[in-house]
Design a protein around this ligand. Structure first.
Ligand SMILES: [Zn+2]
Length: 318
């Protein structure tokens, strides 16, 4: 059984583009969107998520429907803003997506300050220096804010060609898609992204937060295994956190806030929080063992099967 950490649906994830157990049949989330969401959750950036009270200020580029629904609090979060170069292709967002060209540095600098900035598989499309884009977006982060993103990845090293004359077939061969101008490489992505983020960037490692069994339930097991091996892949979450000033620690500490999310994923996260607390925090050496994770999953399944669980869900604050 899979549980989608984004929409909370329990189901079997479907095969997608040759990847087994990849897509949530309810909200269409993919491994990379779930990995980004888990990063934001585990880092305590989504207080009140799953309720209309969720009000983080967010810039979301090329928004995925699954994340759009939750981060916009189903349209109620006025602080959620989404953008794309071609907003007309998004049917689900009801005209809410603004046109934005990330290659336009003046436009980037005109963006409002935000607590969260996110984009998945966007930088490979931009015919400009991707370092400028990362820098511009970091400059729009409020103190304590976080900028998270994922990138397509191939074996070997970084490759790029911004020439408008490069044939589409050649782009597909080198960069995996006809409209890509670059692709990141597993050999040097960590170093390149680290440098682009001014030495302050980092990689979110799922294995520091959850167990292999939980990763399988959440449908992020491929990414988990890559994280455990210290590598990078197309679902690896890179992030930059803007230092919070001492007076403002409202978003900097792990608060276990995901427990406020109703539904199955909220319950599982709540149990994970409890286990992490019992076993010594997020220190990798002390993270919950596989046996503890199994017990947690068993407990979860017991709870899901109990009538009280469904009653509680119905009574969960809106
Ligand atoms: Zn889902």
């Amino acid at each position: 059984m899979n549980i989608c950490p984004i929409c909370s649906a329990a189901s079997e994830f479907k095969e997608f583009r040759g990847r087994p157990a990849e897509q949530c049949p309810n909200c269409s989330s993919l491994e990379r969107t779930r990995a980004v969401y888990l990063c934001l959750m585990m880092k305590g950036r989504l207080p009140q998520i799953g309720t209309p009270r969720f009000d983080r200020s967010i810039h979301h580029f090329a928004p995925e429907r699954s994340l759009y629904n939750e981060l916009s609090a189903h349209g109620k979060n006025e602080q959620y803003r989404c953008y794309d170069f071609s907003p007309e292709i998004y049917k689900f967002a009801n005209g809410r997506i603004k046109r934005h060209d990330l290659c336009d540095r003046d436009a980037n600098r005109d963006l409002a300050m935000a607590d969260i900035i996110l984009h998945n598989h966007v930088l490979e499309h931009l015919p400009t220096d991707f370092r400028h884009v990362l820098g511009d977006l970091n400059s729009r982060l409020a103190p304590g804010g976080i900028h998270v993103f994922t990138l397509p990845m191939k074996g070997g090293k970084y490759d790029e060609d911004l020439s408008p004359n490069l044939a589409p077939e050649e782009r597909k061969r080198r960069f995996a898609q006809e409209d890509h101008v670059r692709i990141f490489g597993r050999d040097d992505a960590l170093e390149m992204i680290g440098e682009a983020l001014g030495g302050n960037g980092s990689v979110f490692r799922l294995n520091h937060y959850i167990t292999p069994a939980m990763a399988s339930v959440f449908g992020v097991r491929t990414s988990y295994d890559i994280d455990a091996g210290g590598g990078v892949g197309g679902s690896t979450v890179f992030y930059y956190e803007k230092p919070a000033d001492a007076a403002d620690d409202s978003v900097s500490a792990y608060q276990g806030n995901a427990a406020t999310k109703p539904g199955l994923a909220g319950l599982l996260i709540e149990l994970i929080d409890a286990r992490i607390a019992e076993t010594g925090g997020t220190d990798t050496a002390k993270r919950p063992s596989f046996a503890v994770a199994r017990q947690t999953i068993d407990l979860l399944v017991d709870r899901i099967e109990s009538p009280e669980f469904y009653r509680n869900m119905e009574e969960a604050p809106d």
